[in-house]
Design a protein around this ligand. Structure first.
Ligand code: AP5
Ligand code: MG
Ligand code: ZN
Length: 213
């Protein structure tokens, strides 16, 4: 099963993608996590990506698409995957479609986790992220068992550099300008499914598994 997670920054794409990956036994592929791992390791790709991410802008398609297509070509992706944060522009979606159709493959579901802008800033300021394994927590809604430490791998949790309030507002604007058109794109393909992302995390997941089966 091949799934795309759509939604504004902070809508809960990463939180739900992890749950989906565990339940269906498929890899969770987050372009944001891959960039952050590259930044942490000081790679050239990471250095290039950081300059855009810190401003709340998108990393150029030229850097993003080849990285993602390379990842979904790995052997662990043969039975499917859940994409989190990709595609984010119409050209990215078209490149993905083209690469998949060359292999006679297609995306099965595009799940839009719908959360209004008003809810987003609060979620971001309370978010704490594990840069080692990609797990995400929230100080109030989804706290880790041990303060400041990841439940899954024990690493220290951090506030992401791009989660400052002014950068979050910029990311929301970029989302509306460049990513929201994908909702129409996948509606036309007949694979868009919308879930109410303002519900409790477990209820959002129940709605998603109701769709995926
Ligand atoms: P990326 O890492 O993808 O960030 P994003 O899209 O802005 O999304 P977030 O990760 O911030 O939010 P999320 O929807 O995953 O929410 P989460 O589950 O954490 O991208 C970062 C940057 O990388 C981009 O700005 C861009 O520069 C670059 N980039 C990445 N991909 C790119 C691409 N394809 N092209 C170009 N550039 C790219 O949840 C948020 C918080 O809410 C957490 O604290 C969580 O615990 C909490 N929460 C989750 N669900 C609930 C709930 N139901 N109730 C209450 N709280 C909840
Ligand atoms: Mg995320
Ligand atoms: Zn971790």
């Amino acid at each position: 099963m091949k799934i795309i997670m759509l939604g504004a920054p902070g809508a809960g794409k990463g939180t739900q993608a992890k749950l989906i990956a565990d339940k269906y036994g498929i890899p969770h592929i987050s372009t944001g996590d891959i960039f952050r791992a590259n930044i942490k390791n000081g790679t050239e790709l990471g250095m290039k990506a950081k300059s855009f991410m810190d401003k709340g802008e998108l990393v150029p398609d030229g850097l993003t698409v080849s990285m993602l297509l390379d990842r979904v070509g790995q052997p662990d992706c043969k039975d499917g995957y859940v994409l989190d944060g990709f595609p984010r522009t119409i050209p990215q979606a078209e490149e993905l479609d083209r690469a998949l159709s060359e292999r006679d493959e297609r995306i099965d579901f595009a799940v839009d986790v719908d959360v209004p802008d008003e809810n987003i800033v609060n979620r971001m300021s309370g978010r704490r992220a594990c840069l080692k394994c990609g797990a995400t927590y929230h100080l109030e809604h989804i706290p880790p068992k041990n303060e400041g430490l990841c439940d899954s791998c024990g690493s220290g949790l951090v506030l992401r550099d791009d989660d400052k309030a002014e950068t979050v507002l910029k990311r929301l604007q970029v989302y509306h300008d460049q990513t929201q058109p994908l909702i129409e794109f996948y509606t036309r393909k007949g694979i868009l499914k919308t879930v109410d992302g303002t519900q409790d995390m477990k209820d959002v997941f129940a709605a998603i598994t109701g769709i995926l089966g």
